[in-house]
Design a protein around this ligand. Sequence first.
Ligand SMILES: Cc1cc2nc3c(=O)[nH]c(=O)nc-3n(C[C@H](O)[C@H](O)[C@H](O)COP(=O)(O)O)c2cc1C
Ligand code: SF4
Length: 646
Amino acid sequence: MEFAHMFSPVSFGPISVKNRFVVPPMGNNFANSDGTWSEQSVAYYRERAKGEFGLITIEATVVHDNAKGGPLKPCLFSDASIPSLAKIADACHSYGAKVAVQLQNAGPEGNAACAGAPLQAASAIAAADGRDVPQALSAEQIYDLVKGYGDAAERALKAGVDALEVHMAHGYLVSSFISPRTNKRVDEFGGSFENRMRFSRLILEEIRARVGNRMAVGCRINSSDEMPGGIDVHDAAVIARYLEAHGADYLHVSRAVHIKDEYMWAPTSVHAGFSADLVTEIKRAVHIPVITIGRFTDAYYAELMLEQGRSDMVAFGRQSLADPYMPLKIKEHRQEDIVPCIACLQGCVANMYCGKPIRCLANPELGFECDASNDDGDDQNHVAKRVVVVGGGVGGLCAAAIAAERGHEVVLLEEQLQPGGNMRLAAFPPGKGDITALVRSYIVRAQKAGADIRCNTKASVENILACEPDVVVVASGAKPFILPVKGADEKQFALGEEILSGAVNPGHAVLVIGGGMVGCEIGDFLAELGHEVSIVEYRDVLAADMISEHRKEMMKHFSEYGVKSYCQANVQELFEDGVAYCTPDGACHELRGFDTVVMAVGYRSCDELSEELRAQGIETYAIGDAVRARRAIDATREAYDVARGL
Ligand SMILES: Cc1cc2nc3c(=O)[nH]c(=O)nc-3n(C[C@H](O)[C@H](O)[C@H](O)COP(=O)(O)O)c2cc1C
Ligand code: SF4
């Protein structure tokens, strides 16, 4: 498929963008604590420009000095930030990309402790349970804040930035005015549509007065707040029309307030275009370019959206974190090289929320672009080594790929018939199919770099030594943990992996022991197929270790399929058809009559080789679950570190 629309230029305001691939604003916590952008920020954005994204939007940038929502957020309320912003603009321009910066005041979603000032909003309504109640702004304060947007815009202009994106979405300050759900004012900023839009209009007018037509000025809006009484798509169409009439050059259409994050950064089961109908309504309402977004991981549906006139540009959020080179790979017809985002949210959103630099399971280089650009692997002292990697899970594949790319001779030994390890099976539960694409991309990468992947080959000290390695990377992963209770040694149960791989047909009624993420996903997998599923779990709730966006979805499935759960259940004994368990009140119970009992209580590390290899004097590194059973993001990260150090 050709991607003629995605690779055609587009113009708005005074700028022309070379293609339709957009990096949306994404808070990354790479900035310095003084509010300037760091060298890592520059390297991160440069990498996406190098990867051929046409328009790169710099993360939400704080406009007012009393509204800094996190210690590592960049700020534009002082001239001190101009030089570092200019570095980003220059770096991106040198690869032909245009640069926008998102202007933000987080309002009720801010962080009063960090800002050293109370939160502010249209009305005194907290963003969610547990958050501070913001102060309702006075009219005078609002007019003052408007000036702050103008000041920030001028600074961005001085830095050489091409476009401004005013954040009017997601429940932040401006959106708290737009939405009747959060704006209960009865002055000139509340009540009627015109009044609720007054703050947005004043901001646009102020910015235009300061920068004239030297920059494109856009707005990020919600297509829907996804909340009762909030903005819906019909409101959004009128908002779009209004902003166009008051000078917006383009619109970036996002979705939801943070209480409904699952619509903002959708989970794995949701695919590209899930907001297509919403954005189409907005596109129909205006004549300025409209950017759409939402779980795009390749350009197929993006191209169709453009071809059908339903959008003008497409933003790739998490996908641009997972693979900054995606547009270039498409341009060069190398789609099979694209590393997909699997929407796990493990490294990006999770880190952003706790104020740490973001990371990515699929792309362990995210956050280390600066180090990587200082070390391109072809220094004079670099010696090609013979590297044996034990285990073909994502950690092993990642280590093999990077080591081979750095010029080492790599042999990977995998016990199973296919590579992928536990991650390959993780793709089987409902909605997780994209994980297959991730595993596949790592296999392709390792093979293209020249790694010799030998499946059906169990690694032993003997066959490793026969390879005459200089270095061994042990990525042998983890094995299922078996609950040490009466009856467990009689193998009266199936393993989770035997269910997912199809090795065991469990019959109709299934009891899963273990209600963490893995056990629940196995339950979900079987319940979707019509099995009668029950889950026993030691903790108070099911899926306590799951990221909330994924958990919410799974709980909906469980109630739809009638999955039964028994929490605070301490399993004491296993039978062929069930278990005996005790509850905290000391009572003992039995659950019987199941066709199969499935053991899914976690994993234990599996490394039978490192010690002996080291004893034989071989330089050996253990990574990922082989060290301690953890998340896949730890495995790829450690694989990256070890392989880059070789
Ligand atoms: C780590 C992270 C940080 C984000 N920060 C911002 C931000 O600063 N401003 C904003 O408007 N949206 C932000 N978003 C939302 C994204 O711009 C985008 O709308 C969302 O990720 C959905 O796109 P995707 O499915 O392509 O990832 C962020 C998303 C992620 C994953
Ligand atoms: S951490 Fe997961 S969700 Fe975030 S960008 Fe990487 S693959 Fe996507």
